[in-house]
Each structure stands twice: as structure tokens, then as C-alpha cells.
Design a protein around this ligand. Structure first.
Ligand code: 5GP
Ligand code: MN
Length: 338
């Protein structure tokens, strides 16, 4: 953050303000961790804070501190829109464009509040008075930690705040293994443990709470795994019928895409998941090395993200979506073939 941004934030936060905090649609551990941590911090400073998620988030995050106070826009649009209209300051966390909030985009665009963006995705839009964007950061949670440091409130990090930030850093770094994990990330993590984050409990809460159906669905996904060996690519499909058969719940497929990348020699992995109700196929892309799935998702599948992790969608059928994917792959022969 620049000194100018830091002063602007400090000025905006006196006196007590009505604040709304927003994660992206389909909130993940980083989005929920960052928004909850900031909510707890700002409430501790006497502000009136409402956290509004565009839609619901997975059960494996439903143990997080203060998550029961989150409003879900999809469930209570009128109430949420009123909070947005009344807000003086709106923080948008872990996304780079208001379009990532789904149906919340319109009330957010109509809001009179001053926006502050904290985010680590590429190519941020220009809607905020303070844009704290850093694509080298592993997670928005690490950025919120630095944001708290920058505005001089490190001493106010409670065990609950530390827990939220630890969770987001852990989930966005694949448990501290992705290349974006730096020595500074580990220093931040060490400090969060000192501040009261119970690292073992957090790992267990997030990773060791699978349902039987979820493991069966993983089995189905692995049965469906296909490999395009000459292009070092692997992909998985899951149809609505397969999801239904295993009592699919939001979040159950989290991490499945990574199994493709765990195959020896594979550098590009995708998972295609049919969402019949929304008439779309949701896609996750992952890569190793220099192959940019952000570029790939932006160019062909109406999405984006980071170099090694991105998402997108398609309104074709799942079969047509996969056919499209396979037909595009040879264009990337120079970067994907050995
Ligand atoms: P995931 O595959 O875990 O849903 O998302 C991986 C990364 O890509 C995340 O950083 C996420 O924010 C981003 N992402 C996922 N879906 C979309 C999308 O539809 N559009 C854009 N711009 N980014 C996405
Ligand atoms: Mn993130």
C-alpha cells in the first residue's frame, strides 16, 4: 500500500462508519477468512459492519468465528440491498471486478459508498478510492494481515481474527505448498499462531469433515478422469446426475481438480461440473509452471483468476464444453507438449 492509500484509509475510518464487506460469489476459504477477519477488526474499532456474501459458502467453512452473522444476498436480497445503499464504506475482498458478485453487482454499482478493494487477482477494475492489489500475494488473507499492519492495528489481532486469516492463507496456498507461498507468508503464519490461531484444529475443521457421499463423489470423479498425455493435460467431468447420486452439497468438489495435477508429468488440469439449475458448466483450471490458466480461462471460458489457478463457465452442454476444450488444446502445443 502507498502512504497516500494508508492515510486515505485511516481518514475514511474516523469517525465510526457504516461499513459493508463483500467477498466474491462462491466464497472460498480465502474470501470468507479475509472478510470475517476484517469484520471482527472493524467492529472492535466501533464501526457498524455488515458482511454480505453474494451466495452461500461451503459447510467446511461453517465453523469460522462470527460466520453466523453473515447475510447471504441470494437469500435476503432486499435487506442486503438496504445495507449496501446505506453504507458509507464498502470493502470488496478477494475479487477484481464487481461482476464477480453476481446479482449483487447492480446494487453495488448504485451505491454511494467509497470503495476499498483488497485483492490478489490479476487486472483489477478501477472502482475503488483505495485499490490495494498485489498479484504476487498468495492470498487476500495475507494482504488483510498487511493492511492491518499498515493502518497500525496489529495489536488488535484477536485469536478469532488470527483464525480467519490462517484459514484463508492455508486454503489459498494448498496448505502452504503453492509457489506464491513465501518466507514472508510463513512469518505471517507464525505470528497468527502466536496470536491464537490453533493450526491443527483449523486443518481438521477444513479437511477432516468430509461426508461419506463426498468421498464417494471423489471416487466417481477419479473414475471419470481422462488424460491427454501428449499435451500433459488431465481433466475430470461430473454431471448433474452424478452429483445428485452422491447427495452433492456446495463445496463437496473442492480440491478435486488437483488430482489431475498430481499425475506424474501433467501440467494442466481441469474439472467440468454441470450445474443444471443455472444452465451452466462451471470449470476450474489448474497448472504447474508457466502455463497461464488465467489467460486460457479469460480467452475461452468467460473467466479468469491467477496464472496457476483460474475458473470459468460455459453455457454449452457438458459434452460440448469438453469437446470445445479438447479442440482448443492443440493450439497450446508449444507450451504444453514436451
Ligand atoms: P476455483 O477454481 O477454485 O473456483 O477458482 C480458482 C481461482 O479462479 C480463484 O482465484 C477464483 O477467484 C478464480 N475464478 C474462479 N471462477 C472464476 C470466474 O468465473 N471468473 C473469474 N474472473 N475468476 C474466477
Ligand atoms: Mn484468494
Amino acid at each position: 500500500m502507498t502512504n497516500e492509500d494508508i492515510s486515505r484509509v485511516k481518514d475514511l475510518l474516523v469517525p465510526a462508519k457504516k461499513i459493508v464487506i463483500v467477498p466474491h460469489k462462491g466464497p472460498d476459504g480465502d474470501a470468507m477468512g479475509a472478510t470475517l477477519a476484517l469484520k471482527i477488526l472493524l467492529e472492535g474499532q466501533g464501526h457498524y459492519v455488515q458482511l454480505i456474501a453474494p451466495n452461500d459458502y461451503p459447510d467446511f467453512l461453517k465453523w469460522m468465528p462470527y460466520q453466523e452473522e453473515v447475510l447471504i444476498f441470494e437469500k435476503e436480497p432486499k435487506k442486503c440491498a438496504a445495507h449496501i445503499a446505506e453504507a458509507e464504506v464498502i470493502f470488496t475482498l478477494d475479487f477484481n471486478s464487481l461482476s464477480r458478485t453476481g446479482d449483487m453487482q447492480q446494487p453495488l454499482e448504485a451505491a454511494t459508498a467509497q470503495f476499498i478493494m483488497i485483492d490478489h487477482h490479476q487486472q483489477p477494475d478501477d472502482y475503488a478510492v483505495v485499490t490495494y492489489s498485489d498479484v504476487t500475494m498468495c492470498s487476500t488473507c495475507q494482504m488483510v494481515y498487511h493492511f492491518i499492519e499498515n493502518i497500525g492495528l496489529s495489536e488488535k489481532i484477536t485469536p478469532q481474527i488470527a483464525t480467519c486469516l490462517y484459514t484463508g492463507i492455508m486454503t489459498d496456498t494448498g496448505s502452504f505448498r503453492y509457489r506464491s507461498t513465501t518466507s514472508l507468508t510463513h512469518k505471517v503464519i507464525a505470528h497468527l499462531i502466536e496470536k491464537g490461531a490453533d493450526n491443527t484444529a483449523i486443518h481438521e475443521n477444513v479437511f477432516d469433515t468430509s461426508s461419506y457421499g463426498q468421498l464417494q463423489l471423489l471416487g466417481c470423479a477419479l473414475q471419470n478422469l481422462k488424460v491427454v498425455e501428449e499435451l500433459r493435460t488431465a481433466y475430470i467431468t461430473l454431471t448433474q446426475e452424478e452429483l445428485d447420486r452422491h447427495n452433492f452439497r456446495k463445496g463437496d468438489t473442492e480440491g478435486f481438480v488437483n488430482y489431475g495435477l498430481s499425475l506424474k508429468g501433467i501440467v494442466f488440469a481441469a474439472i467440468f461440473i454441470e450445474h443444471k439449475a443455472d444452465k451452466i458448466v462451471k470449470i476450474s483450471f489448474r497448472s504447474k509452471g508457466t502455463f497461464s490458466v488465467n489467460d486460457f480461462a479469460r480467452r475461452y471460458f468467460d473467466g479468469g483468476g491467477h496464472i496457476n489457478a483460474a475458473g470459468g463457465k460455459s453455457d454449452l452442454s457438458i459434452e460440448e464444453t469438453v469437446d470445445k476444450f479438447i479442440s482448443i488444446l492443440p493450439d497450446y502445443k508449444t507450451s504444453l507438449a514436451l
